[in-house]
Design a protein around this ligand. Sequence first.
Ligand code: HEM
Length: 487
Amino acid sequence: MTPFVITICVLGLSSVAWAVFKICTIYNYWKNRKVHTLKPQFPFGNSKNAFLQRMPLGFDVYELYTEIKSRSERYGGYYNFTIPVFIPADLQLIKAILITNSDCFINRVSHFDVENDPLTANLLHSRGAHWKRMRSKTSPFFGNVQLKPFFPFVIRKTDELVKSIAETPNALDVREVLDRYAIDLMGLYISGIDFKIMKNKDSDLQRQLEKFLNTSIVDTLIRFFITIPKLLKYFKIMTFKKGMTEFFMMFIDDMVQTRQLSRSDRKVVLDALTQRTSDKFARAEIAGNVTMLFLAGYETTSTTLTFCLYELAYNMELQEKLRAEINMLDNLSFNSVVSLTLLDKCIKETLRKYPSATIITRECTKTFHVPDSNIVLEEGSEVYIPIRGIHWDPEYYPNPQNFDPERFSEENFRGRHPCSWLPFGAGPRHCIGSKLAIMSMKVTMVALLKHYRFRLHPKTHSPLQYNVKTFILQPENGVFLYAEKIS
Ligand code: HEM
């Protein structure tokens, strides 16, 4: 062997040894802190199955949660590729992170460069002071004062929904119809404009929204890179693809013009967003927020309604009971819808069994000592709150696979920890649209159950399978039901 070959071999072996050492160091992060974790596998860490789309996002965290609980521990460690993530499994600790010490966890795990990726100038993605400013500007538009005048618009849309179902032949793909219906609802709420997507099965708006929600493995990788600020800046990675950004920038310019020409008195969130500002990102902020409100609002509302209808078709006795409650109501109004207690319980139980977000994320922005432990979460540490784990924990919900609205009777609900039900998250970054979602889902269910009896169709697989290509919990393919008109 020549000296050159020997040098190359030594260098090669040293590099391999260094790489092995480095990987071991990375994957010893939790072991060194005596925090339980599942065995990581380079380069995926614990996220191989979710990344390769073998299971829905967050189901691997659910598996870890179950193991942490079986060991009677309060938290565990997860590796998203090589990044260590803290997983709290104790409700008091979760409350401390989301609510009591929320000032240490004000951001989600996401880094964006607004100049390169303008649509990220939105409530969901933004951070720190920028987020605070936008949240206080928009939150008055999501309270009862704005919801009440919106009520008649929901009623009108439900009339259209009821009519459109009558035109559908036997096997009704409820999710498909409800997706288009929910886009219209969001459009009306955000901008006061009726985009009439319910009558248009081939709209660019729906196509662009779906493009964002359905991810390929490459998109998942991009979303992983977005958690690393240096890579994001260096490679100019975008979470909203270029075509989508261009589409929404134009679409929202048109929307703003249409709104200016409209004579509607009802104040909408678009009005708050378009108030004069000298900020150089003003246009991005309008477009980013409107896009994000569509995205955050329509698919969550549509899939929750779909899951609820599926459960009611599966349990006809419950469906009849709920219909009886609805038929007893003389006059449906913003105030009277609250009196439908069984409906309220059915929606809460749907959100428990099928939480749209299986995990929510927080990034530590100030050093946080995990109470009663030696664990310190430094600035920049990542935390995932295991929503599905909590909602499917038999300690709080015995036989979690059963759909049982009585879990949400006043008495049962009161007896549980406030963080045992987190479909909308909690603390200052909780879902801004939760009241809008609950109100519109209730009104929609009233209209649907008044006019139709839903039965399972053989095309629908029971139990439902989940779509692995999206980050919102969704049924795979359509959910087909027979919708029998009630005369
Ligand atoms: C069933 C319906 C819905 C569900 C299950 C849902 C769920 C969630 C969850 C889990 C979060 C994260 C909360 C956290 O991190 O603590 C969230 C955030 C958010 N949601 Fe919803 N959501 C729904 C409907 C809506 C609607 C109708 C809108 C608005 C039109 C909306 C707008 C938002 C926004 C803007 C955020 C980010 C809030 C912030 O960071 O300040 N959501 N939602």
